[in-house]
Design a protein around this ligand. Structure first.
Ligand code: FA5
Length: 341
């Protein structure tokens, strides 16, 4: 019995159908080797070629088998391509980060970040002062001796420099570059850049060699305020501080000014607030701007007068929220920080 071309196409069709349901590359390869192997449907047809006696007939059947084999090989390649594309899509799908996924989970509220207490206090202070007509300015944290001390009426060796335990930057000439000990140097920078009248607040980070305790940190924040205008008096300073205290702390707190000394203000005062329990805490210094400071800023002290203040923002945040110890605000303990949404 000779090999019929119908046998070949039946074997091919069966193999092609089986290929379509092979769902792994291994499955495709083993199907092909099984079909073309000695005992496979196409393989066995090929080995039976030798028994075809008629030469022309053998050529014809041989060509048909080869044709079937190459169609099978092509179909196997196509199937392998389909399978590897599907695998690629699966891997991409599995790797994809769904950024909306967390928002759908119910525990998300507990995990959302929030601004730090000190950032909240700074933003609130900015809002209060913007409401009073002030503009915001900033200065560098790494400062020169000139801006931090000299222009603020503290020439070299002035004893008042020891009021601030200074961290110096290791740069020649030694002592000329430092981490600012307060935000007051920004007063000079603003006067040099802005035409008067000036109503400015200058928040920022400051640095001192202070040992951490309940009311001190070596790195903390201040907000400087400065008004330069014609005929500014101490009454304007006192009124501004009073208005600010009420706006920031609410009516449960009152404030007082105590005579004090700063080289850059004359007269000078310390600003304290009274807690609801009756105790007082110092929040900052203030005073009428010293004529030498106004001159160092490039303005004429006979024409312009002003007041300035510098408050500790960390202490304000601490008092406003009744935090017992400043160090708690910097321990980065989420259980502590999340109490202040
Ligand atoms: C000053 O730094 C002056 N530049 C303030 C000033 C500005 C006076 C303008 C006059 C005119 P003093 O060293 O007192 O002053 O610091 C001001 C406030 O910063 C303090 O009242 C306190 O609230 C806060 N403060 C000072 N040291 C620390 C510290 N180590 N940690 C946290 N807050 C501090």
């Amino acid at each position: 019995m000779g090999t019929q071309s119908s046998d070949i196409s039946a074997a091919l069709n069966e193999a092609l159908a089986a290929l379509e349901s092979a769902d792994t590359p291994e499955g495709v390869r083993s199907l092909v080797s099984q079909v073309t192997g000695k005992k496979g449907s196409l393989g066995s047809l090929k080995s039976s070629l030798g028994s075809v006696v008629d030469v022309e007939e053998r050529k014809k059947v041989g060509a048909a088998i080869n044709e079937a084999l190459s169609r099978l090989a092509e179909a196997a390649d196509a199937r392998l391509t389909v399978l590897s594309n599907a695998e690629l899509l699966r891997v991409i799908g599995a790797d994809r980060v769904d950024v909306t996924e967390r928002a759908l989970k119910s525990d998300v509220a507990a995990r959302l970040g929030r601004t730090h207490l000190v950032t909240q206090a700074t933003e609130r202070l900015e809002d209060v002062f913007i409401g009073l007509g002030f503009q915001i300015a900033e200065g560098p944290e790494v400062e020169s001796d000139f801006y931090n001390f000299e222009a603020l009426n503290m020439p070299p060796s002035h004893p008042a420099r020891s009021m601030w335990d200074t961290l110096f930057v290791d740069q020649d000439p030694q002592g000329s570059v430092l981490l600012r000990t307060h935000t007051s140097p920004v007063q000079i920078r603003v006067m040099q850049e802005w035409p008067p009248p000036i109503y400015a607040i200058m928040p920022g980070r400051v640095f001192r060699r202070d040992t951490p305790d309940a009311t001190h940190m070596p790195v903390f924040h201040q907000i400087e305020g400065m008004v330069i205008d014609r005929n500014i008096t101490f009454a304007d300073l006192a009124g501004t501080i009073e208005a600010f205290t009420k706006a920031f702390f609410g009516s449960a707190f009152t404030s007082r000014l105590r005579p004090s000394y700063f080289p850059f203000t004359e007269p000078s005062a310390e600003f304290d607030i009274r807690r609801p329990d009756g105790s007082w805490i110092e929040l900052g210094g203030c005073g009428m701007m010293h004529p030498r400071v106004i001159r160092a800023g490039g303005l004429d002290p006979d024409e312009w007068s002003g007041f300035a203040f510098g408050f500790g923002i960390d202490r304000m945040a601490k008092e406003r929220h009744g935090v017992a110890d400043l160090r708690d605000m910097y321990s980065n303990d989420v259980r502590f920080l999340e109490q202040f949404p």
